[in-house]
Design a protein around this ligand. Structure first.
Ligand code: AMP
Length: 535
């Protein structure tokens, strides 16, 4: 067979050539814009030409600090299509981490949303490699800034060459993108995505047995474009010429619901905290969400009650998937097999709330400490290992590579069980599992049960040291607006579902739970926070 390379260039050129009339709807800082793929293609070429005249060469890193909008989408294609590397930077990082990753990645250019300029202004003197700063706003004018020589995105695109020819010397193994993942301790770790990995991952997302993304979809990535490339949504949607609805800066559940309604969104993707917020909004308002065929949920476990609420109250089908920054990210997805569709509702819900089966193209195994595989009985726990063409094989210039990548496998650090259908269930992150009296307790199961209580908005469960049992679970709960429940009521609620020794000894009430920069519960901070309350 021919060994033609799989590159990101093919994705944008396909959209330009076959779907020039299809649209990208983009909420920006001041308005909502609608651009065709023909326009996006020309603007992307102009941007590539501008980057080239700024001295960006093959392999150089082009950093972005931006929300989900069409300009960010253009950089997604302009940088890799000229041989450079798109480096999406998490806008919620601490100044220390921001400086670290920009220097570590050696970004040559930074493209920054106008409202995020202060982030960069405060650290600019400590950035060692950045030569050009470009501000992305709706105007050509450059806003007031302490950054010397700041360029305007709209100006360089207007001055660029919209007929610029994308690079033809790209090998499929070349780097197309990179993203840093926050480690539990220490500095963030960089993951580099190859052109090949991104293209194969896009194909995986469009299979009928996965997310089945197609040209007829209207795709809305709520997950930030700096979190694992918005889970690959912008790449697959462009490849297929699907409509894209980009919800823009500082979106709220109300904005998401309004855009879903107005632009007939068919599939959206995000973490459970986003969907918990949307659920409250849908309960308040009168939105037409009948166009939605799937909400893709991952990043943390999707609570069963949430899946049920979306499906039975709003007729919005849920799709639970699992992945990591290191895996581009799709690894597993929960779908019913054809012989499972007639099972009783509770059993179907149980299957669909698991993280599901590995998608075609990847391999997984679940191993015990001694390296042997666990029984596929849904009971025995082990660490999940993954390998395949869109799984990273190292951290970028980082010694921690040797801890996670061994014998050709990625050690995910996720503790799972696997059942006889090959469906995995995440029990916990390795450090979050609670060992009480020699027995394991899953914080994830307790959290999901607590969040099903009508008064509870969010819940996290962490372990605290215990003189008798080594560790005991403590529940931390945020109530829904105007709702409350007593500690005893919540414990009784859990006691009806779990063995007695699983029920947390204490449930603490909080105004909010600490979260990571991508909306997951930050258990490390929570453990610190509750230390004081428990004394
Ligand atoms: P990140 O690299 O920030 O996307 O985080 C990856 C981690 O998120 C995984 O290693 C899991 O611990 C967790 N995760 C991702 N998807 C799920 C899911 N569907 N259920 C439970 N945990 C998940």
């Amino acid at each position: 067979m021919m060994g033609t390379p799989l590159t990101v260039v093919d994705l944008i050129e396909r959209a330009e050539k076959y779907f020039p009339k299809k649209e990208v709807i983009s909420r920006t800082h001041t308005r909502t814009e609608c651009l065709t793929y023909e326009q996006i293609g020309k603007r992307t070429r102009s941007l590539s030409s501008a980057l080239a005249s700024l001295g960006v060469k093959k392999g150089d890193r082009v950093g972005t600090l931006a929300w989900n909008h069409h300009r960010h989408l253009e950089v997604y294609f302009a940088a890799p299509s000229m041989g450079a590397v798109l480096h999406t930077i998490n806008i919620r990082l601490s100044a220390e981490h921001l400086i670290y990753i920009i220097n570590h990645a050696e970004d040559k250019v930074l493209l920054i949303d106008a409202d995020l300029l202060p982030l960069v202004e405060s650290v600019k003197d400590q950035l060692n490699t950045v030569e050009t700063f470009i501000v992305m706003s709706d105007e050509k004018a450059v806003p007031e800034s302490s950054i010397e020589g700041l360029l305007s995105y709209e100006q360089i695109v207007a001055d660029g060459d919209e007929t610029y020819q994308f690079a033809r010397d790209i090998e499929e193994e070349d780097a197309a993108g990179m993203c840093y993942t926050s480690a539990t301790t220490g500095k963030p770790k960089g993951v580099v995505y190859s052109h090949r990995g991104i293209v194969l991952h896009s194909t995986a997302l469009s299979m009928a047995d996965t997310a089945a993304i197609s040209e007829s979809d209207s795709v809305m990535p709520v997950v930030p474009m700096f979190h694992v490339n918005a889970w690959g949504m912008p790449f697959v949607a462009t490849m297929l010429g699907a409509t894209q609805v980009l919800p823009g800066p500082r979106m709220t559940p109300q904005i998401i619901a309004e855009m879903m309604d107005k632009y007939d969104v068919t599939i959206s993707a995000g973490v459970p905290t986003i969907w918990l917020g949307l659920l409250q909004e849908l309960n308040k308002g009168t939105y037409d969400t009948s166009s939605l065929r799937a909400i893709l949920c991952g990043g943390s476990a999707a609570p069963k009650f949430m899946i049920k609420a979306f499906e039975s109250d709003f007729n919005i089908p849920f799709m639970h998937a699992y992945g990591m920054t290191e895996t581009t990210p799709l690894v597993t997805l929960a779908r019913l097999k054809s012989y499972q569709v007639d099972l009783p509702e509770e059993e179907r819900l149980e299957i669909r709330s698991r993280q599901g089966q590995v998608v075609p193209g990847l391999e997984i195994k679940v191993v015990k400490d001694n390296g042997e595989e666990v029984e596929a009985d849904g009971e025995e726990m082990g660490e999940l290992l993954v390998r395949g063409p869109w799984i990273a094989d190292e951290y970028y210039k980082d010694d921690r590579t040797k801890d996670a990548f061994k014998d050709g496998w990625l050690y995910t650090g996720d503790v799972v069980t696997i059942d006889e259908e090959g469906s995995i269930k995440i029990v916990d992150r390795m450090g979050d599992l609670i060992k009480s009296g020699g027995e394991w307790i899953s914080s994830v199961d307790l959290e999901n049960a607590l969040m099903a209580h009508p008064a509870v908005f969010e819940a996290a469960v962490v372990s605290v040291p215990d003189p008798k049992w080594q560790e005991r679970p403590v529940g931390c709960v945020v109530f829904k607006e105007g709702k409350e429940a007593s500690e005893d009521e919540l414990k009784t609620f859990l006691a009806s579902q779990f063995a007695k020794w699983w029920v947390p000894d204490q449930v603490l009430f909080m105004d909010e739970l600490p979260k990571t920069s991508v909306g997951k519960f930050l258990k490390r901070d929570l453990r610190e926070k509750i230390k004081e309350q428990l004394l």
